[in-house]
Design a protein around this ligand. Structure first.
Ligand code: ADE
Ligand code: ZN
Length: 330
């Protein structure tokens, strides 16, 4: 790609809507935090850890992702991780980011949920002051755990809601999709809806199109994370297009986790051409070989996208932000 085109994409105002903050932990930072906290890593070097990033499917990635997240212990760790991500995306023309985090990954290890919120939030507020990047938080439940565990996490987090009212706006659902359908979380999502959170869920990444329908109809989500397998159900595609439900597609993630074998086989351009609200996102950039701009470049190259296509993708992302987020300037 020539420098002029790269600069065109970089300068497009873009929102990132599907990003797991624990997935931004670069091997260098994993090693630094492990040393700081006296955590022994099962890898002799940074390079050995990076070399292990060869995945066969979602679960093979999740095993490493949860192991990497185990170095996060203190408020400063969550702050450092989040600041590193913001500093990185500030160079890429990202103006807004909606960040998922998995408290259960940390509370299970004895880290208080207040520590998780505090470190991430301090960085997001500072990131706004430093780079003008607006942001919010999507607290996500791990779907391989029970709905009861999700309810417990919600109860632990709710006392913090007022303190983080400027940031904590959303609820998400992630981790191993197969065998953990959205309806497993129907009651806790109904409660979160009553509480006024915006609802999203991973569906149709590895799981079938029926999971996308279930996320829409039983969880009442306003966006679908991934959703690429929706294409298997033409009626569902019509519904997604008619209701303008955004899909937060993550091209490099899909390639690394072998949802597709080749970027040219990805269906995002077909979905876009069928009128779906496709957005481009990075998912877990430290593990999948690229941040948001890299994902745009990868699809622009693979599909020889026109400037108009790229503007549509960026505009979709800006229009698919949560409808109201409190402006910290006021
Ligand atoms: N957690 C982090 N990344 C994920 C992904 N791509 N799918 C499901 N859960 C995740
Ligand atoms: Zn994801």
């Amino acid at each position: 790609m020539n420098a002029e085109r790269l600069e065109f994409i970089r300068r497009l105002p873009k929102a990132e809507l599907h990003l797991h903050i624990e997935g931004t932990l670069e091997p260098e930072l994993i090693f630094r935090l492990a040393q700081r906290n006296g955590v022994i890593l099962p890898y002799p070097s940074i390079q050995a850890l990076r070399d292990a990033y060869e995945f066969t499917d979602l679960q093979s990635f999740l095993d490493l992702y949860y192991a990497g997240a185990a170095v996060l212990m203190t408020e400063a760790d969550f702050y450092d991780m989040t600041m590193a991500y913001l500093a990185r995306i500030a160079q890429d023309g990202v103006v807004h980011t909606e960040i998922m985090f998995d408290p259960q990954t940390h509370t299970e290890r004895g880290v208080p949920i207040a520590t998780v919120f505090a470190g991430i939030a301090r960085a997001l507020r500072e990131g706004y002051d430093t780079w003008g990047i607006t942001s919010c938080l999507i607290m996500s439940f791990l779907r391989h755990l029970s709905e009861e565990a999700a309810f417990e996490t919600l109860e632990q987090a709710l006392p913090l809601r007022e303190q983080y009212a400027d940031l904590w706006l959303g609820i998400g659902l992630d981790s191993g999709e197969q065998g953990n359908p959205p309806e497993k979380f129907e009651r806790v999502y109904a409660r979160c809806r009553e509480l006024g959170f915006y609802l999203v869920a991973h569906a149709g990444e590895e799981g079938p199109a029926a999971y996308v329908s279930s996320a829409l109809n039983r969880l009442n989500v306003i966006r679908i994370d991934h959703g690429v397998r929706s294409e298997e159900d033409p009626e569902l595609l019509k519904t997604l297009a008619a209701r303008k439900i955004p899909l937060t597609v993550c091209p490099l993630s899909n390639l690394k986790l072998k949802v597709v074998n080749n970027m040219r086989e990805h269906n995002l351009k077909r979905l876009l051409d069928q009128g779906l609200c496709v957005t481009i996102n990075s998912d877990d950039p430290a593990y999948f070989g690229g941040y948001l701009l890299d994902n745009y470049i990868a699809v622009a190259d693979a599909f020889a996208l026109s400037d108009e296509d790229l503007i549509t993708l960026a505009t979709n992302s800006m229009q698919s932000r949560f409808p109201v987020f409190l402006d910290r300037r006021s």
